[in-house]
Design a protein around this ligand. Structure first.
Ligand code: GLY
Ligand code: MN
Ligand code: MN
Length: 454
């Protein structure tokens, strides 16, 4: 399947959803704006994931409009891309633009226009369609544009043209599609995860006491970019010692000390897809007794979660499996007191573990690191809460248990400031899951062996 066809197929699948929901309509999806960082410098441009999913087009200043018309029992789709016009002067400064003349052929889209025509053309496209699909309440600017388009159509009412009467959320439909990755997407995600795994290895092998966190971040970035990934999927966490207990810590300038752990949560973005890996390793290459004890508990929790990551189980089952192992481990190490809690079940029920494990075990992974898609089943349910999503082949989740011990009077000092997380990326298959991020060792012995010659 060539790349272009993938986007055509996705637009057709979306058109089908629109047709079955409202018998047709107009969908409008803009890409992300360019953002200034400071004065004349912009943040590196990153397209909008939904827009890219449907077009494969990475330039800023673009909008996709899909016109879904009913023709009896079937639908007819007409896609319009509005993009930056060719402009020699601007292209000398900012780079080549595809332009509306070349876009249909290159992108496999029916029509392309200059983005300067968007407002006027949308007035025409919206006429005589009841249903409009947009991102609801996206921003004041997006709302302003919608009002402008609607005003134009309403202005034609006396010519017998009817303005749209229903607004629907386009994201719900696209995000449900994005939740299930096709072969093309999984292949990119495998490659992204492989690059990230190599980056983690590089950082582990470079690590020596006395280095600073930012130096390990530099090792990660080297591998990401040297392997052709365009960006980080999120800001890398390189956390030495106590910093590992700060969940959203970034790579800072803390010195990495012998006897302490280093937690790295880092993943590259490749061709629009994220990877998300965490490893925790001893700065001097050898775990201490208490570090190793908590590390092995965390790894056992991850293994328990992996074992139930399979189709038919719910999204929450890996988390529950991990919680059980983590909480039992906390009781075994006397970080939680059985005498106070009575039983493992009670320690879980009362969320006593939360002091040491305060985040969930999984999230969807895809174009966005915390990817889109509902975590609940959408089927009507008499229960107050909709049931957790049933895992199905093609979904991708992370599996990332952790333990974080802050200093406290009632905690054995040997455990103070130990922060551990182990995170891998799992594609749900027909029978279980495929871990695509295991190019980097995860067992304590294997990590020690890897760091032996540092
Ligand atoms: N790196 C973000 C996360 O693990 O969720
Ligand atoms: Mn994650
Ligand atoms: Mn992560």
């Amino acid at each position: 399947m060539n790349k272009t066809n993938i986007y055509q197929l996705r637009r057709n699948a979306l058109a089908k959803h629109i047709f079955s929901k409202t018998g047709g309509g107009i969908a409008v999806i803009a890409t992300a704006p360019e953002l200034a960082r400071n004065r004349d410098s912009d943040f590196p441009y990153r397209h909008d994931s939904d827009f890219y999913y449907l077009t494969g087009f990475e330039e800023p200043g673009a909008t996709l409009v899909m016109k879904v018309a009913s023709s009896g029992k079937n639908y007819q789709l007409e896609s319009h891309l509005f993009c930056r016009p060719k402009d020699l002067e601007r292209e000398i400064w900012d780079g080549i633009r595809l332009g509306p003349e070349a876009a249909p052929e290159i992108l496999g889209i029916e029509f392309a226009h200059s983005n300067q025509e968007l407002d006027q053309k949308l007035g025409e496209l919206l006429a005589d369609h009841d249903a409009v699909y947009v991102r609801l309440a996206e921003s004041a600017e997006a709302d302003r544009r919608i009002r402008h388009w609607m005003k134009q159509v309403r202005g034609q009412a006396r010519s017998g043209i009817n303005p749209p009467s229903e607004f629907h959320d386009i994201e719900t439909l696209i995000h449900e599609m994005r939740l299930f990755k096709d072969i093309h997407e999984i292949e990119i995600m495998r490659r992204a995860a492989a690059i990230s795994a190599r980056a983690h290895i590089r950082a582990m092998q470079a690590c020596k006491p006395g280095m600073r966190e930012y130096q390990l971040e530099a090792e990660l970035l080297h591998e990401f970019r040297n392997s052709g990934s365009q960006s980080v999927a999120y800001n890398s966490i390189v956390a030495g010692g106590a910093n590992a207990c700060i969940l959203h810590y970034r790579a800072g300038s803390t010195e990495l000390l012998s006897g302490e752990l280093c937690l790295i949560d880092a993943g590259c973005e490749l061709d629009g897809y994220a990877s998300d890996i965490t490893r925790t390793f001893p700065v001097n290459g050898k775990f201490t007794g208490p570090q190793r004890a908590l590390y092995d508990i965390t790894l056992a929790a991850q293994e328990a979660a992996i074992a139930v990551t399979k189709p038919g189980n719910t999204f929450m089952q890996p988390h529950e499996a991990a919680l059980k192992v983590l909480t039992q481990g906390l009781l075994d190490e006397k970080l939680l007191k059985l005498t106070e809690l009575g039983s493992l079940e009670n320690a879980i029920e009362t969320a006593a573990y939360r002091r040491f494990y305060m985040h969930r075990t999984s999230h969807w992974l895809g174009m966005d690191v915390h990817d889109v898609g509902s975590y609940r089943e959408s089927m009507p349910s008499s229960q107050e809460e909709k049931p957790w999503r049933i895992l199905k082949s093609g979904m991708v989740i992370t599996i990332e248990p952790g333990l974080y011990v802050r200093p406290a009077d009632d905690i054995d000092q040997a455990f103070w400031n130990i922060g551990i997380r182990i995170e891998d990326d799992a594609v749900i298959t027909e029978s279980g899951c495929e871990l695509i991020s295991r190019g980097v060792p995860v067992k304590a012995d294997e990590i020690e062996a890897l760091m032996k010659n540092n």
